[in-house]
Design a protein around this ligand. Structure first.
Ligand SMILES: NC(=O)c1ccc[n+]([C@@H]2O[C@H](COP(=O)([O-])OP(=O)(O)OC[C@H]3O[C@@H](n4cnc5c(N)ncnc54)[C@H](O)[C@@H]3O)[C@@H](O)[C@H]2O)c1
Ligand SMILES: [Zn+2]
Length: 378
C-alpha cells in the first residue's frame, strides 16, 4: 500500500508574506538567522505579525547545518514564551532547526507522560533547494554527523514562498541549492517508493530547473526565474517527502558532515558518479532506472531513441548544468588532500550505508560500491 500526503497550505509568488497579516494568535516564536535579520526580512515578519496583534519573540542563533546545541538553545528560549505560533524564516538550516526544536520538545514531553500542543507552524524559505517547507524531514548535526529525522508530525502547517525573500541569495548558494532541488527530484523519480503522483512532481521540478536555473544563477534579480526555481524546489520537496531519496543524499550527508561542504555542493559533487552507478548501463537488471533517466532526457527534448542513448544524454545534460553553475566537477577540486580523503572513506561509507535515504535507492549498494562512488567522485 502506498500513500501520498502534502500537509502545508502553500501561499506563493511575490508579496505572499502579506498572508502573515491574516494569522490568528497572540505570540509568535520566530526562528531565523543573522543574515535574515541583516537583510530586513526578520523585521518585515515582525511588522506583519504585529499588524494582526501578534507579538514576536525571536531566536536568531541558527547557523548553517544546525547542530544539537542550537536546538537545545532554541528549546530553552521557546519554553520561556507562551508562543501559539512558530515561524521559521530562512534557508533549510533555519527551517530544520525549527523542526528540530518542536520535535525535541514533543519527544521530551512524551517521555515525561505530558502533552505538547504543537503551535501553528509557518515556514518561509529564503533559499530554493531543500523543500523543507513542505517535507517531513529535518537534518540535524550531532557530534559532527548529519542525522536525518523523518516524521509527518514535523511538517509545517503553512508554507509561504515569497520570491522577494530570495532576491539577495549569493550566486554560489543559488547554484548549490538549485542542484540540491534537482537531486531531490531525480532521486524521488527513481526511488523504490516512487508513484505516479511523485513522478509527476519530479518531472515538473526537473523541467523547471533545467529551464530556469542558469538564468537565475546569472541574474538573481530575474523575478520570473526566481519564482520558477522557488516553485521547483517546493515541488521537488513534495515528491521526495513521499518517495524518499537515495544514496546521492546518503553519501552527501556523510561527505558534507566530514569535510564541511554545503549540502547542495556535496550532492552536486557526487551526482555524476551516482547517476552512472544507478543507471548501471552494462547490466540488464537495472533497465528500469535507465528507462526513467531516458524518459527525463525525452522530457528535456534530448535524443532518447534507446534507454542507453537517453541515459547518456541526461547524464551529460546534468554535468553541463553543474559546470555552467561554476560548481567543480571533482571533490579534489575543493582542495581536499587525497590521503586525508582516503582516511575518511570507510567511516563515510558506514554512515551512508545506515542513512535513512539508502533503503529506497533503486540499486542496493555494497560497501565496495559506495567506496567506488566516492573514489570516482574524488
Ligand atoms: N528538511 C529537508 O527536507 C532538507 C532537505 C535538504 C537539505 N536539508 C538541510 O538543509 C540545510 C541546507 O539548507 P540550504 O541549502 O537552504 O542552506 P542554508 O539554510 O544553510 O543557507 C546557506 C547560507 O545562505 C544564507 N542565506 C539564506 N537565505 C539567504 C538569502 N535570502 N539571502 C542571502 N543569504 C541567505 C544563510 O544564512 C547561510 O549562510 C542542510 O543542513 C541540509 O542538510 C534539509
Ligand atoms: Zn537535499
Amino acid at each position: 500500500m502506498k500513500k501520498f500526503v502534502i500537509k502545508p497550505k502553500i501561499y506563493f509568488n511575490e508579496g505572499s508574506m502579506e498572508f502573515l497579516k491574516e494569522i490568528k494568535g497572540s505570540c509568535a516564536f520566530i526562528v531565523s538567522d543573522s543574515v535574515m535579520e541583516k537583510l530586513g526580512y526578520l523585521q518585515k515578519t515582525i511588522d506583519y505579525l504585529n499588524e494582526t496583534g501578534i507579538k514576536s519573540v525571536v531566536f536568531t542563533e541558527v547557523t548553517p547545518d544546525p547542530d544539537v546545541r542550537v536546538i537545545a538553545a532554541g528549546m530553552k528560549r521557546y519554553l520561556e514564551t507562551s508562543a501559539d505560533t512558530i515561524v521559521a524564516l530562512g534557508g533549510g538550516s533555519v527551517i530544520d532547526a525549527a523542526k528540530g526544536i518542536l520535535y525535541s520538545l514533543w519527544q521530551f514531553r512524551k517521555a515525561a507522560g505530558e502533552e505538547f500542543k504543537k503551535p501553528l507552524f509557518i515556514a518561509i524559505p529564503s533559499t530554493s533547494g531543500t523543500g523543507s517547507e513542505v517535507t517531513n524531514f529535518a537534518v540535524i548535526t550531532a557530534e559532527g554527523e548529519k542525522v536525518c529525522i523523518v516524521d509527518e508530525w514535523m511538517a509545517p502547517d503553512i508554507a509561504i514562498l515569497d520570491s522577494t525573500c530570495i532576491q539577495h541569495v549569493p550566486q554560489s548558494v543559488v547554484a548549490d541549492t538549485g542542484i540540491d532541488a534537482l537531486v531531490h527530484a531525480i532521486e524521488a523519480y527513481v526511488s523504490t517508493e516512487a508513484t505516479d503522483c511523485t513522478d509527476a512532481l519530479a518531472e515538473k521540478a526537473i523541467q523547471l530547473i533545467f529551464g530556469n536555473l542558469r538564468t537565475l544563477y546569472k541574474d538573481v534579480t530575474d523575478s520570473s526565474a526566481r519564482e520558477r526555481i522557488q516553485n521547483a524546489s517546493c515541488i521537488a520537496g513534495m515528491a521526495f517527502t513521499n518517495a524518499n531519496l537515495g544514496i546521492n543524499h546518503s553519501l552527501a550527508h556523510a561527505l558534507g558532515g566530514t569535510f564541511h561542504i554545503s549540502h547542495g555542493r556535496s550532492n552536486a559533487l557526487l551526482l555524476s558518479a551516482v547517476l552512472e552507478y544507478n543507471a548501471n548501463l552494462n547490466s540488464n537488471t537495472s533497465r528500469n532506472v535507465s528507462q526513467k533517466y531516458a524518459k527525463l532526457a525525452a522530457i528535456l527534448q534530448l535524443p532518447a531513441r534507446t534507454n542507453r542513448e537517453g541515459t547518456i544524454n541526461f547524464m551529460q545534460a546534468v554535468a553541463d548544468l553543474r559546470k555552467s553553475l561554476g560548481i567543480p566537477s571533482r571533490i579534489r577540486d575543493l582542495g581536499i588532500d587525497k590521503s586525508n580523503f582516503e582516511n575518511e572513506v570507510s567511516n563515510m561509507v558506514e554512515l551512508a550505508l545506515h542513512d535513512r535515504c539508502t533503503p529506497t535507492n533503486p540499486r542496493q549498494p555494497s560497501k565496495e560500491d559506495l567506496i567506488g562512488i566516492y573514489q570516482k567522485a574524488f
